[in-house]
Write a protein that binds this ligand. Structure first.
Ligand code: WT7
Length: 653
């Protein structure tokens, strides 16, 4: 029983019956969890050997730990050798070569194509050949800046086949953001497409790429996939068409052998300070973790049609569209469009047409669709759905219930999966056939995950309580370092609570050991599942000429989860003009990307600062949350009158 006593939701009958899952009961979960905690070496070595195709089997499990993390990254299966693309492709050719690997649903309903494991293998080998002919070698970095086309996954796997390190940059990022990432990882090749297509609109990916690369000497080649056929700018000698390179390529049948801890990819994400950091994931541990979690949490069965509607530009797309599902030999859907194109029934229409059995999306989409009414859902056959997943931010119980009742008609179980770019894969979650669910709660830690909640003195809370969420033991899927800056990795994640990985989230635990992740406790915003640091916003906003200072915080937003509230101080004598917010948003779009938008902007005479000059963000947050009565102690402020002006001029949606 949980603390509320009566809000547990039993696993529906059809989710429990016929499951091939090793974990179909709470007892089995507990047994596995304890085994992985007490002897992670044995537990993960067994899984790694069973799931991955090895060139040289590993003999050791975990090397290193959190107390020695400053000396160097931890390692899993360090003496093993493999190529990740062989685990995702070659190992399936004999048992399921004709099974659909990637089911591509293009922007227009019903358009798209499917690739069998055999076809995907051929395309990846060719693409690897094309990259090799452009000079890409093991260990070199390749940026992938594309939309949701199968070629994005093919490009990732082609890099993996060569042992090259890919870094996918979400197609919504601006030229500035793309340039930063190209520079930070030292990419020599960029793969893009002429245009992206989303909701009937085109996205000028090649043009943005050209802008980003203006004057960048380091990039030798741009490989451009043709999606729409639009006319694009062309730099002779540098730019190469994907289809031409593919037709001339010599397929790389013989994959490049990598060490288990060689880097597989870099993915940039926002933190509370400074520029985005490139989290570095490695080969075998990452693949073992994504394969194990994908199969177990979603209760994957051989005939499942699995659809994760995230973007490959985020970690969800890496782990649960590409690597986990393909390692498991699943049929994985790639979706190019939006939940509302041509109408709010698109998800359910595609579920009906493809016979989707497992569906994975984000709370922000669920809330947006729930607001459109049930008819859009009911118009389509959802009888094949069995497991419904959610990820990216806390899900409010109302949205959870709508997903359960209306989308799933009470026949499907909901897996609310908590994890992060840094964790590589799902950490706290129900296991579909085993775990009774609870609206709003991510429930139990996966085997390998040992959560600790820290109190305000930095001590672990025993039993029920609320605190900062840490993880106490290394697990195979964790990011090993920040690209080129191990010190920053250590300072960001291991300095706050020595000996623990600090997630940046707050978390509540009940008497049954169920977890509810309440959201970030650091200065990171989660806007519609997109992670952006307040410091990133502030740095960009002050580049607007009229603005001297900016303080950015989040506030509860009915659809996006968090909205962005900017307090700005004008330059002396500056005339803001009527459209300062539009101006600010143009700059945010240009410097960060289309997903970075200020929802509320307030001009203030000053930011609330302590006498030592530190901005008291707590005050900004409380006002943005509409709770000016709960400001608490403001006696340490240098100028308390600022607060009155802030409260008097507060904005709301
Ligand atoms: C942050 C990580 C994991 C892939 C997508 C986001 C929040 C994520 C949940 C959940 C409550 C969640 C956390 C986390 N978050 N899933 N089920 N319940 N919060 O990856 O961009 O690295 O963001 O998203 O705050 O720290 P990300």
């Amino acid at each position: 029983m949980t603390e509320a006593g009566n809000d547990l939701v039993a696993v529906p009958e059809r989710v429990r019956t016929g499951s091939p899952n090793p974990i179909t009961s709470l007892d089995a979960w507990r047994e596995a969890w304890i085994a992985a905690k007490d002897d992670p070496d044995a537990f993960w070595l067994r899984e790694a050997k069973a799931r991955l195709h090895w060139r040289r089997e590993p003999s050791e499990g975990l090397r290193g730990g959190f107390h020695e993390i400053a000396d160097g990254p931890i390692a899993f299966f360090a003496d093993g050798e493999l190529n990740v693309s062989e685990s995702c492709l070659d190992q399936h050719l004999a048992p399921r070569g004709d099974k659909v690997a990637i089911l591509w649903e293009a922007d227009e309903p019903g358009e798209g194509r499917s690739l069998t494991y055999r076809a995907l293998h051929q395309e990846v080998c060719r693409a690897a050949g094309a990259l090799r002919s452009l000079g890409v070698q093991k260990g070199e970095r390749v940026i992938i800046y594309m939309g949701m086309v199968p070629e994005a996954a093919i490009a990732m796997l082609a890099c993996a086949r060569l042992g090259a390190v890919h870094s996918v940059v979400f197609g919504g990022f601006s030229a500035e953001a793309l340039r930063d990432r190209v520079r930070d990882c030292g990419a020599e090749v960029v793969i893009t497409q002429d245009e992206g297509l989303r909701g009937g609109r085109t996205i000028p990916l090649k043009a943005t790429c050209d802008e980003a690369l203006l004057g960048e000497q380091g990039v030798r080649h741009v490989l451009c996939f043709q999606r729409t056929g639009a006319h694009v700018g062309w730099t002779a000698g540098r730019d190469v068409w994907w289809h031409e390179a593919m037709s001339e390529a010599t397929p790389v049948e013989d994959a490049v052998v990598c060490a288990a801890e060689d880097p597989l990819f870099i993915l940039y994400t926002s933190g509370s300070t400074g520029r985005p950091k490139g989290l570095c994931h490695t080969q075998a541990g990452y693949l073992t973790w994504t394969s194990w979690t994908h199969q177990t949490v979603f209760d994957l069965r051989e005939d499942d049609v699995y659809a994760c509607v995230a973007d490959v530009g985020w970690i969800t797309g890496h782990s649960y569209i590409v690597y986990g599902p393909l390692c498991n030999g699943a049929t994985t859907l790639m979706f190019e469009s939006t939940p509302s194109y041509p109408d709010a029934g698109r998800y359910w229409e595609l579920c009906a047409r493809h016979g989707v059995t497992i569906f994975y999306t984000a709370p922000t989409a669920i809330r947006a669709l729930a607001a459109q009414g049930d008819a859009f859902v009911q118009a389509h056959d959802r009888s094949r759905l069995r497991v419904l997943g959610t990820v990216g931010e806390p899900i409010n119980p109302e949205a959870w219930q709508w997903y359960f009742d209306v989308v799933g008609e009470g026949r499907c179980t909901i897996v609310d999966t908590w994890w992060q770019t840094e964790t590589g894969g799902i950490c706290i979650t129900p296991i579909a056939p085993a775990t009774p669910t609870r609206p709003g709660w991510a429930t139990l830690p996966n085997p390998g995950i040992v959560p600790a909640l820290m109190d305000e003195h930095g001590r672990p809370i025993v039993g029920p309580g609320e605190g900062r969420l840490c993880l106490s033991q290394p697990w195979p899927g964790m990011a090993r370092t920040v690209w080129g800056d191990h010190e920053r990795y250590v300072a960001t994640y291991f300095a706050t609570f020595p000996g623990y990985y600090f997630t940046g989230d707050g978390c509540r635990r009940d008497g049954a050991g169920y977890h509810l992740v309440t959201g970030r406790v650091d200065d990171v915003l989660n806007v519609a599942g997109h992670r952006i640091g307040t410091a990133e916003f502030e740095a960009v906003i002050v580049t607007v000429e009229a603005i001297a200072e900016a303080g950015v915080v989040g506030f509860p937003h009915p659809v996006k989860g968090q909205g962005v509230y900017a307090y700005v101080v004008l330059q002396p004598g500056a005339e803001p003009g009527p459209d300062l917010q539009a101006l600010v948003n143009n700059v945010c779009r240009a410097q960060i990307g289309a997903h970075a938008k200020v929802d509320l902007l307030q001009i203030v005479p000053g930011l609330p600062k302590t006498r030592s000059g530190k901005v008291m963000r707590r005050i900004l947050r409380k006002v943005a949350e509409g709770q000016p009565e709960a400001l608490g102690d403001v006696s340490t402020l240098a100028d308390p009158s600022v607060v009155e002006a802030i409260v008097a001029g507060a904005k709301s949606l």
